[in-house]
Design a protein around this ligand. Structure first.
Ligand SMILES: Nc1nc2c(ncn2[C@@H]2O[C@H](COP(=O)(O)OP(=O)(O)OP(=O)(O)O)[C@@H](O)[C@H]2O)c(=O)[nH]1
Ligand SMILES: Nc1nc2c(ncn2[C@@H]2O[C@H](COP(=O)(O)OP(=O)(O)OP(=O)(O)O)[C@@H](O)[C@H]2O)c(=O)[nH]1
Ligand SMILES: [Mg+2]
Ligand SMILES: [Mg+2]
Lengths: 277, 291
């Protein structure tokens, strides 16, 4: 559609399909296209390159600017990673540990997924690879108790960063969401001076259920941002546009692969450009 | 719900007795909205809307229904037709029959391997699980742990072996357990990762599985078609295991995958416990997608 020289009704339909194909959802896609269609009447784009830029800018404008990590007074930053099953929380914990270690910080990781088979072993590998100190209990133990011990360890060691890896859980499971609220409660009580960030880890291949996930987690435990993973695939992750519109939540980082280096800061213009590619 | 949407728009045209062009234009819009919200791929939605339009305008619709009811019936029948008429059985062949599980990262393969093992053992089969994911940290530990919980043997080969070495050894009887069925768990991989797609194709050649199942997450959106087509082109899989159906994702990916590859959904995973696994029923999925 960007290759043709003419803008007609078909153009707008095709542009809407690109946004729908990117998982933005029909509502967001329709509103964005309606808006640039009105703008195009006042300032007609000279060519398809200019049309693409208009669309890219419109998408980028929907995103909330990501807060800069590290710009606060607290000596300890706590990253509470939550999300549904299999989205990449544990791997992201490893990537964050690498980033913080490279920046010269001391890192503690809490193996707070006490439920899933080999969850503790998996995060232990990441702690080992990144030099982070791991706090873990036995499998089947209380997740909040792990968080409690990890908070104590972070204080005792004067850590700069505490990363909490939690078990995946579907947002429809009330007892599991309640458990998460309890774990966060332990962190806020034990580390009142810390800069606590609750980030929802979401898979870029997720469809419209991603909106339900974000609103449910935000409502139950409060969220400060999203990490969108698996952007090295063909999915565009447009669901975060619908999430931004509904919740005002920023995307803070993007997962772009399976190694510890594959974590980049979110940039709305780059994200919008990649969505349209 | 979709039925709810139709009741509203078509309430005003009750008297006419047969569906006409104007009725179908608005109905098409509502069908498109409902299916896109349910994560059905937009190209598949276009095809379905066109099919429903032709069928609803045609003569084959029951005269005893109102126009609204006719359109909903045509849509329900069309979705059921696309999903498949009935459950497709996994037929276990001569021993050792090999089932290869593949799919994208985090879709639920390792968990599904254990669940499928439990289901087959309950049917009286001796199963060997093969932990052939050599990439993800503690992936083999995960399957060994699941196998131990279920009392199912797990083969993990030796450290440093490749996925192909491990799987081939198990299939060629090196585990000494003489299973009826061997289930091979593999690493999650992107359909656009040429090296890893080449690896899974090579693995297929090496172990000659009787069954290849693509494991897909029920909450996938528009990308389902890209993933499934690529895996089907590379491997010609037999069917799909759809996971995480215990959530509230509508599961439109199931419809897209079936429509585009023609391959049936064979099993669904409905929770994190080993028993949360069953044969797929197409009519239930159609109802879920329509909401
Ligand atoms: N391609 C790709 N794969 C990723 C990315 N992030 C994570 N993964 C993979 O996704 C799979 C699941 O990752 P995990 O870190 O175990 O996910 P999780 O959210 O902790 O899963 P649960 O704890 O079981 O809920 C693994 O195979 C990871 O290697 C990414 O950015 N790109
Ligand atoms: N709620 C729910 N969770 C599931 C289901 N199936 C799998 N899971 C969970 O999804 C997460 C990922 O499952 P895995 O079996 O590790 O996925 P995988 O495809 O093997 O992941 P990779 O090997 O990294 O590609 C785990 O937390 C599982 O417990 C399901 O049907 N329902
Ligand atoms: Mg995890
Ligand atoms: Mg696995």
């Amino acid at each position: 559609v960007f290759g043709r020289g003419v803008f007609d009704d078909e153009t707008w339909d095709e542009l809407e399909e690109i946004l729908i194909g990117a998982d933005m959802g029909l509502t967001a896609a329709t509103e964005i296209i309606d808006r640039i269609r009105r703008d195009a009447l006042r300032h007609p784009p000279g060519d398809s390159g200019e049309l693409k830029e208009m669309l890219q800018a419109a998408i980028a404008a929907e995103m909330i600017p990501a807060p800069i990590l590290g710009k606060h007074d607290a000596s300890l930053t706590v990253i509470f990673l939550v999300g549904v099953n299999g989205t990449g929380k544990t791997t992201t914990a490893g990537k964050l540990a690498r980033r913080f270690a490279d920046a010269g910080g001391t890192v503690v990781i809490a193996a707070a997924d006490t439920f899933r088979a080999a969850a503790i072993e998996q995060v232990a590998v990441w702690a080992d690879r990144t030099g982070a100190y791991l706090v873990k209990h036995k499998r089947g133990g209380d997740s909040a108790a792990v968080a409690y011990d990890a908070a104590a360890a972070a204080k005792a060691r004067g850590a700069d960063y505490l990363i909490i890896d939690t078990a995946g859980r579907l947002q429809t499971k009330a007892p599991l969401m309640e458990e998460l609220k309890k774990v966060k409660g332990v962190l806020t009580r034990e580390l009142p001076e810390a800069h606590l960030l609750s980030w929802l880890v979401m898979d870029a291949t997720t469809g419209q259920n991603g909106l339900a996930q974000a609103t449910a987690f935000a409502e139950k435990i409060g969220l400060d941002g999203l990490i969108l993973t698996k952007l090295d695939g063909t999915a565009k992750g447009g669901i975060v546009v619908a999430v931004a519109r509904a919740t005002g939540l920023p995307v803070v980082m993007l997962g772009t692969g399976e190694t510890e280096a594959d974590l980049i800061d979110f940039d709305s213009n780059n994200f919008a450009a990649a969505l349209l590619d | 719900t979709l039925a709810g949407r139709f009741t509203d728009i078509l309430a005003g045209i009750r008297g006419r007795g047969r569906v006409d062009e104007k009725d179908i234009a608005e109905a098409s819009r509502q069908i498109r909205l409902a299916l896109l919200e349910a994560d059905v791929n937009f190209k598949v939605v276009k095809d379905i809307v066109a099919d429903v339009k032709n069928l609803a305008l045609g003569e084959s619709v029951l005269k005893s229904l109102t126009p609204g009811q006719q359109v909903v019936k045509v849509l329900r029948d069309e979705l059921a037709r696309v999903m498949g008429e009935s459950a497709v059985q996994l037929k276990i062949g001569k021993k050792p029959d090999v089932i290869l599980l593949t799919g994208l990262q985090g879709s639920g393969k390792t968990t599904a391997a254990a669940k499928l093992a439990l289901l087959l053992r309950r049917e009286g089969k001796k199963v060997l699980l093969v932990a052939a994911d050599t990439y993800r940290p503690a992936a083999q530990d995960q399957l060994v742990s699941l196998g131990a919980e279920l009392n199912v043997d797990v083969w993990r080969g030796k450290t440093g072996q490749t996925a192909i070495d491990i799987a081939a050894a198990a299939v060629h009887g090196e585990s000494g357990t003489q299973p009826d069925v061997v289930i091979v768990d593999t690493a999650g991989r992107l359909h656009i990762d040429n090296d890893l797609m080449a690896e899974i194709v090579a693995l297929k050649s090496a172990v000659k599985p009787g069954h290849i199942l693509f494991v897909a997450d029920a909450m996938i959106g528009q990308d389902a078609v890209n993933q499934a087509s690529a895996f089907d082109d590379a491997l010609d899989f037999e069917g799909v295991i759809l996971t995480k159906l215990d959530g509230d994702a509508r599961g439109g990916a199931a419809l897209s995958i079936k429509r585009v590859t023609g391959k049936p959904i064979m099993f669904v995973s409905t929770g994190e416990k080993p028993q949360d696994f069953e044969v797929f029923h197409p009519d239930r999925m159609a109802a879920r997608i329509l909401g």
